[in-house]
Design a protein around this ligand. Structure first.
Ligand code: HEC
Ligand code: HEC
Length: 382
């Protein structure tokens, strides 16, 4: 292990030395310092005067093309299961259900209330308002591109977007429906839904089920992919990013943000502790620990996607970080032990802006909903 580290160190040092065309003593592996054993810098001895820190290296200016290609991928057109893409009928039904407030107890909350598709899939609040205006404890993440995450929720407690869709309908502080049988009774009381479920799930004699509701909503969400300027850049269009954004991309990579925010979504591929190099200010939410009860999962959260992040303030699982510059500085401090200059924050911000994409207007617009029938319950404010 130690010799492997030595080799790695040697390779990187020689590479750097060859890069600038001269061979310094640092190129000699025997002279290389031993690899550090902890992430913390060694404490200065009280007697020795503090060494003058070396001047900060100049910020990288151009992103390395091969590195960019290895770390990121363009967004797919959608997140359909390629082996069994959904029918248009299923997606259209899912869109209606997504916007239908009759899936809530007081018929005033829909998925779109907290994940407004005309606001990049969020509500802009620190924590969302559900049934009777009750506040939840976590910030609403965007539904845009969410189907591409390896797991759902800040703590990953649902595996798929379809499984996730059942949660909010029955959550007492969100849509507050009594149980799944009640949801099915409401759906069955709306005459045109029977036909729509029949078309979406052909061959099923009793197609109006809680499971099928979630499948249809999931099929709709799988269409919410938002390619943007960064995808054009990845495809070779140099003009798609401003100079500031390219600068920001280089700093984003060189600083190590890509250790966690990588792949087509720049996130959504792993859990990580919030507060690796400094503790996060509010430790009331233990994150994934609440799901697994495993000590090492304390303060582990799903690394969020950074797609459309410029449009989804406020930030973090508790919505306590107000704006993007603050989120960038906070990440430097909490995850990398870095303090960014104002310029670096500006450049990273310009890069994150290039992740703002577009959803087809037809998917974002509220569809016409089927009329209630005589047996459809009335709103219940209790
Ligand atoms: C009252 C507000 C509210 C309503 C209504 C609501 N959600 Fe959410 N949603 C949230 C919050 C808050 C979270 C994060 C909760 C957590 O991680 O513990 C969330 C998480 C999600 C996620 C996970 C995204 C990710 O990045 O992990 C998806 C997908 C989602 N909701 C879809 C839906 C759908 C579909 C509906 C309708 C059936 C819905 N939501 C209704 C507030 C809401
Ligand atoms: C060690 C892993 C890790 C590294 C490195 C990292 N992040 Fe994060 N990032 C996370 C996690 C985990 C969260 C969720 C934090 C929370 O809500 O508790 C997050 C959240 C964010 C958010 C807020 C997203 C939202 O929707 O609330 C932004 C913006 C962000 N990171 C940008 C960056 C930038 C820029 C860098 C580099 C300076 C960076 N991150 C480095 C893991 C990381």
């Amino acid at each position: 292990m130690k010799s492997l580290l030595r080799v790695a160190l040697f390779l990187s040092v020689t590479a750097a030395a060859t890069g600038c065309g001269k061979k310094s003593s640092e190129g000699d592996p025997a002279a290389a310092p031993p690899p550090p054993t902890t992430a913390q810098p060694a404490a200065p001895t009280p007697t020795a005067p503090a060494p003058t820190p070396p001047p900060a290296p100049a910020a990288p200016t151009t992103p390395d093309k091969a590195q960019v290609a290895a770390l990121f991928k363009p967004l797919p057109a959608n997140f359909d299961d390629a082996a069994a893409p959904p029918s248009d009928a299923m997606v259209a039904l899912g869109q209606q259900l997504y916007f239908d407030t009759r899936l809530s107890k007081n018929q005033d909350v829909s998925c779109n209330t907290c994940h407004a598709l005309d606001k990049f899939g969020v509500d802009g609040l620190a924590t969302s308002k559900g049934h009777k205006g009750q506040l939840g404890t976590r910030n609403s993440p965007t539904v845009l591109n969410a189907a591409g995450h390896f797991a759902q929720f800040w703590d990953g407690r649902a595996a798929t977007i379809e499984e996730q869709a059942k949660g909010p309908v029955l959550n007492p502080v969100e849509m507050a429906m009594l149980d799944d049988a009640h949801v099915v009774a409401v759906l069955k009381s709306i005459p045109d839904y029977a036909a729509a479920f029949g078309k979406a799930f052909p061959g099923q004699p009793d197609a109006v089920t809680f499971d099928n509701m979630a499948k249809a909503i999931g099929a709709f969400e799988r269409k919410l992919a938002t390619p943007g300027p960064f995808d054009k850049y990845l495809a070779g269009d140099e003009a798609a990013l401003s100079d500031d954004a390219k600068h920001g991309l280089a700093v984003f990579m060189a600083s190590g943000c890509t250790g966690c925010h990588t792949g087509p979504l720049l996130g959504g591929t792993m859990y990580m502790k919030t507060g690796l190099t400094a503790p996060y200010a509010d430790t009331t939410d233990t994150g994934r620990f609440a799901v697994t009860k495993v000590e090492t999962d304390k303060f582990m959260f799903k690394v969020p996607s950074l797609r459309n992040v410029a449009k989804t303030a406020p930030y973090f699982h508790d919505g306590k970080i107000a704006d993007l510059p603050a989120a960038i500085r906070e990440m430097g401090k909490l995850q990398l032990g870095k303090t960014f200059t104002d310029d670096e924050v500006k450049w990273i911000g310009a890069f994150l802006d290039s992740l703002t994409g577009e959803v087809p207007a037809a998917l974002v617009t509220a569809p016409k909903l089927p009329k209630s029938g005589p047996k459809t319950p009335k709103p219940d404010p209790s």
